[in-house]
Design a protein around this ligand. Structure first.
Ligand code: ADP
Length: 160
């Protein structure tokens, strides 16, 4: 069956320009993009869940087909709940490939018919990660080229 919606799951701790690029491109392909923000039971995120969700909503504010939802538990359970059968994941390079392939395989076994679509990082975004943003921001460095402009004040105030 052809699909009009996708789920883009991740930690987004915090959202970067790399994430926003994937969201924007997914919104160009799918009519509905749900960004699922994972509540990790094992470790607390650097940013509280509400802040991660609020920043993503701000970053994607001009994309009406994008929704942001916190979730815990299995990604496939959220897919079932939302009746979504496509996962979107970004690929920065070969380093991401092995674990992403494994996750795609497992998710397909847990929910037959679920497809994972990989979008390659846009040029210049391959090196971008939330952990890099956190590290630079915590050391007082300039992260303005790494994160959406609309969330820059939120991230900076977190490290004040
Ligand atoms: P996770 O903890 O699930 O890896 P992240 O928030 O780090 O969550 O990333 C969510 C998704 O976005 C993953 O598919 C990841 O590969 C992708 N991603 C992260 N940074 C980038 C980037 N700079 N370019 C493209 N995709 C990215």
């Amino acid at each position: 069956m052809r699909q009009s919606a996708c789920l883009y799951p991740g930690s987004f701790d915090p959202v970067t320009l790399g994430h926003l690029d994937i969201i924007t491109r997914a919104a160009g392909i799918f009519e509905r993009v749900v960004v699922g923000v994972l509540v990790n039971a094992e470790k607390n995120g650097a940013f509280p869940m509400e802040e991660r969700v609020a920043m993503l909503k701000k970053a994607a504010a001009d994309l009406p087909q994008v929704e942001v939802l916190p979730f815990s538990g299995l990604t496939v359970d959220l897919c079932r709940q939302l009746d979504i059968r496509v996962l979107v994941r970004g690929l920065r390079g070969p380093g991401d490939l092995e674990s992403e392939m494994r996750m795609a395989k497992v998710n397909g076994l847990l929910l037959p018919g679920l497809e994972t679509v990989f979008l390659p990082s846009a040029g210049g975004m391959e090196a971008l990660s939330s952990s890099l943003v956190r590290e630079i921001a915590s050391l007082g460095g300039d992260i303005s080229a790494l994160v959406p402009r609309s969330v820059l004040p939120d991230i900076l105030s977190h490290y004040k």
